[in-house]
Design a binder for this molecule. Structure first.
Ligand code: NAD
Ligand code: GLY
Length: 357
């Protein structure tokens, strides 16, 4: 097992990464304060991993909340189900919530923890690659609104993140690739060496080689932990983690939640960010091709959906969380392996990218 730390003063917490960790009660018991726990999961993951989590939470009085599966259920209405079941079970301010699942369960459980009786502890047990390398770390929690992705939420940090990479054994190939988009993102933002490693080891990752997966997850979490510790509430460099997300969120919302996987939408968004950077002569055409090649190697899409017009993209991008005083910031590429946050992009070049000219 390897352990990283998200350094946030008295809210500092560990990220444990390894195989078989769901059997290790001693990793989570120190983070449970009271006598009760609530495990939030969904109807797909619960049959696979709920029993094993029950074993290590057996000293506590536990309630299970099983949500319907899918991005389309990441809503305030479904969130209410968590509160109702917890109130019925008389959960109190010392109840510890567990998020057992992917990013949807993680974001919703974290938000429930932030809100229930004004804040209770929670533990992230991510079971998708995407949740392991990104959503379980850093405390962004929330739900979607029909008018915009992740628009309702809170910054609220977990007590601990427990990454048992064995849970990836049951994840399907398309979801694995979606997670790889967020792994590759760290390379594009700030780690050329990692990009080269990913280029050489992509086949191993797709074949679920445990050593390669452990390394990719560790290195991704290392980047995430460093960035979150430096800029928890996204006043500056944390925005880099949104590379491709403004375009990607527009695709997810525009196409209807759940039609495109988050990681797939981010993959296309990163290509669009690369193309915009190239149109402004920040990076070369060869660099854009390298971006595309790596994503294709990870079996990810690189073309935006034909059904989305430039106008639809512009409208949806104008409600992005990086819009301030009416001005949008985008994450753009300065070179292959280095990104910056910029408000100074060329609107004509952006329009050309959105129109696919
Ligand atoms: P997801 O949570 O929908 O999970 C994907 C699918 O895999 C689901 O059907 C799920 O039931 C299934 N699944 C999960 N674990 C499994 C396993 N081990 N075996 C078999 N099936 C399993 O999707 P995701 O990609 O994990 O997360 C996407 C969500 O995360 C989006 O809502 C996105 O906005 C959010 N997100 C949040 C952050 C953040 O910082 N909070 C960062 C990135 C993404
Ligand atoms: N996934 C983006 C962030 O955590 O900031």
């Amino acid at each position: 097992m390897k352990t990283l730390t998200v350094d946030l003063g008295n809210r500092t917490y560990p990220i444990h990464i390894g195989s078989g960790l769901l059997q290790h009660a001693e990793l989570i018991h120190p983070h449970i304060q009271g006598k009760t726990t609530t495990i939030v999961s969904n109807e797909t993951i619960a049959p696979l991993y709920l029993d094993v989590l029950h074993k290590i939470t057996s000293p506590y009085r536990n309630t299970d909340v099983i949500l319907p599966d899918g991005e389309v259920y990441k809503t305030l209405e479904v969130e209410q189900q968590i509160f109702s079941q917890m109130l019925t079970a008389r959960c109190d301010r010392k109840t510890t919530l567990f998020a057992l699942g992917g990013g949807v369960v993680g974001d919703m459980t974290g938000f429930a923890a932030a809100c229930y009786q004004r804040g209770i502890p929670f533990i992230q047990v991510p079971t998708t690659l995407l949740a392991m390398v990104d959503s379980s770390v850093g405390g962004k929690t929330g739900v979607n609104h029909p008018l915009g992705k992740n628009m309702i939420g809170a910054f609220y940090q977990p007590q601990c993140v427990l990454i048992d990479i064995d849970t990836l054994d049951t994840l399907d190939d398309q979801q694995l690739s979606a997670g790889l988009a967020e792994v590759i993102k760290y390379g594009f933002i700030r780690d050329l060496d990692f990009l080269n490693w990913l280029d050489q080891n992509m086949d191993k990752l797709l074949q679920r080689d445990k050593t390669a997966l452990r390394y990719a997850i560790y290195r991704s979490c290392q980047h995430k932990a460093e960035i979150v510790a430096a800029d928890e509430r996204e006043a500056g460099q944390r925005a880099l983690l949104n590379l491709g997300h403004t375009f990607g969120h527009a695709i997810e919302t525009g196409m209807g939640y759940g039609k495109w996987l988050h990681g797939e939408a981010v993959s296309v968004g990163m290509v669009m960010a690369a193309e915009l950077s190239q149109k402004m002569n920040w990076i070369s055409k060869e660099a854009v091709q390298r971006v595309k090649n790596l994503l294709l190697k990870a079996k990810l899409p690189i073309e935006p959906p034909k059904a989305m017009s430039a106008t639809q993209f512009s409208d949806l991008m104008s409600v992005d969380k990086k819009v301030q005083d009416g001005v949008l910031s985008l994450i753009l590429m300065k070179s292959y392996g280095e990104c910056i946050v910029s408000r100074d992009f060329d609107p004509v070049a952006l329009q050309a990218v959105l129109s696919r000219e």
